[in-house]
Design a protein around this ligand. Sequence first.
Ligand code: SF4
Length: 243
Amino acid sequence: MRGLSYEKTALSTHYPVLACMNTSQRELMRVYHRLYRYYGDLQWWPGESPLEISVGAILTQNTAWANVEKAIKRLKETHSLSVKALSHLPHKRLARLIKSAGYFNVKANRLKNFISFLQGRYGGSLKKMFQTKTDRLRTELLSVNGIGPETADSILLYAGDKAIFVIDAYSKRILSRHGVMHYKKSYEEFQQPFLKHLPRDVYLYNQYHALLVNIGKDFCRSRPLCDVCPLNGWRGVPPLRTA
Ligand code: SF4
């Protein structure tokens, strides 16, 4: 699968469903096209720089994006959204600035941890950091206190343009409701079919995750709105093979 090349077109960013694909590959691409037809290009992740995206990925843990936006706005207004400023800000002040994002003391610590790592390992340069091979960098990010798989992968994909698939609570809920995998399976178990069966393509991974999040927010809520959901009728592929 990884050997195949996929042409991104201006209109639909179309990834063909090929006859040579196995069932899992076909189903994942069909879901993608179904959602893409409904939402179009979602242009994720909102953020003007890799640093802003990385900070957003850390702040968005357990809170709505609107709250993160307020926190990022405060950081920008106070000229605090730079590696240097974040490293010099006293913890208390940083916590106050990001208060709207919730768990602000914990998140201030996490931001500080990330910035210390970035400075200690890469001299404060995100550009240098993203030159590191994806697997190695992922391991490094996961070693930073407060950065879990979803945050690490969001930073890698959306800030670093690395081809890694992001799983979140919405993707888990959608896939488990369609019988693809039990909700209690691990992050990596949910991630594996996407990495295994989709082409390693940054745009596809970016868009696919964004589409699943939108379905989760708009339709696949705790009380699902299946009747009007674009995924209504998708029979899933139990199980999506990983080997
Ligand atoms: S709302 Fe229903 S149809 Fe839509 S993704 Fe959730 S379970 Fe599937």
